[in-house]
Design a protein around this ligand. Structure first.
Ligand SMILES: Nc1ncnc2c1ncn2[C@@H]1O[C@H](COP(=O)(O)OP(=O)(O)OP(=O)(O)O)[C@@H](O)[C@H]1O
Ligand SMILES: [Mg+2]
Length: 312
């Protein structure tokens, strides 16, 4: 059975693409067949894995794969057992394009076009990783609709933390309306600069997000940043050392998948935090359109919290 994992947080530069790329590389080294789908128009994971400029993928990307409902012509090899369905900056029109395809007569829900496309070749892979952009747009909702699991990468700073409740709300929308299987498998705390802070930040994150937080902390290392321009490699000892933390993260991810891990308490906590925010907004003097949006959100959140509580 193929396992599909999205890497997502609607907050930029926290290390999602790097983590997705390196974990895919390590899984392929462990003998698994891996496909990485780049759903971000920045094309960072495409460049990281292929060491090519995203402009060289022009008209041969995941966008064309979805248009043709056939990824095969657009998949490129980035190593033994490691394949890539790349993106370029034109992927920014993805949201508009899937609605156009629907208007042109394609059947089914537009949010599922990516899933249907990937399904054509899913059985050729053990793992499919989808790298999401740092926003809650159609690329992201399509990726979540096609996934079994989500991994969030959190930089230990306040904006990244604030992004989580809103992300859980989206996750529930997808779970409720499109993809019942979708499970948050864990939060990787990343890009910590000072070794001395590592333990306290991990502790704090665990206090906030419980067992969802992986024990492995991703440190900020020059060797990892270098992979972006040199390609991922374990040829040198210092590179091997840099990869060790990702090996340990990968062990945790695989063990959670194997043991059907999930922690509902954090879903409830995040959704309640989001509801508090929405209620606070509704106290204010909002314009009509905005008010309706927040009222809809409140209704959904109350329902989501009920469901999340029942899981426990
Ligand atoms: N462990 C690390 N040590 C040092 N640098 C890192 C590490 N992980 C990522 N980086 C660097 O940090 C920057 C942001 O990382 P990355 O592109 O993976 O983040 P992202 O969350 O995918 O960003 P975006 O939201 O824009 O897609 C990149 O320059 C990357 O090389
Ligand atoms: Mg990225």
């Amino acid at each position: 059975m193929t396992v599909t994992i999205s890497f997502m947080l609607q907050k930029g530069g926290v290390g999602k693409s790097t983590t997705a790329g390196i974990l895919a590389y390590l899984l392929a080294n462990r003998g698994k067949r891996v496909l990485v789908v780049d759903m971000d128009s920045q094309g960072n994971v495409s460049t990281l894995l292929s060491q090519r400029s995203t402009y060289t993928f022009s008209n041969e990307t995941v966008l064309e794969a979805v248009e043709d409902e056939n990824p095969l012509p657009y998949i490129i090899s980035c190593g033994e057992r490691l394949d890539l369905l790349p993106s370029d900056d034109l992927l920014a029109i993805y949201g508009r394009r899937i609605y156009e395809l629907q208007d042109e007569g394609r059947s089914g829900a537009s949010i599922l076009y990516l899933k249907n496309t990937i399904n054509k070749i899913a059985d050729q892979y053990d793992y499919i990783f989808i790298d999401c952009p740092p926003s809650l747009n159609e690329q992201t909702t399509s990726a979540l609709s096609a996934s079994d699991y989500v991994i969030t990468v959190l930089q230990a700073e306040v904006y990244a933390y604030q992004a989580l409740p809103r992300f859980f709300e989206t996750l529930f929308h997808i779970r409720n309306n499109v993809n019942r299987n979708l499970t948050m498998i864990g939060i990787a705390v990343g890009l910590i600069d000072r070794y001395t802070l590592q333990d306290s930040i991990l502790e704090e994150s665990k206090e906030e997000y419980g067992t969802l937080v992986f024990n492995t902390v991703i440190k900020r290392l020059a060797r990892v940043a270098e992979f972006a321009t040199l390609g991922i490699s374990d040829a040198r000892k210092d590179q091997k050392v840099a990869l060790e933390m990702y090996e340990s993260l990968l062990d945790e991810v695989l063990s959670r998948i194997e043991n059907n891990f999930y922690d509902n308490s954090i879903y409830v906590k995040s959704l309640v935090a989001r509801l508090d925010y929405v209620e606070e907004k509704l106290q204010q003097n909002l314009a009509e359109v905005k008010r309706i949006r927040f009222e809809n959100s409140r209704e959904d959140l109350i329902e989501f919290i009920k469901i999340a509580r029942e899981w426990i």
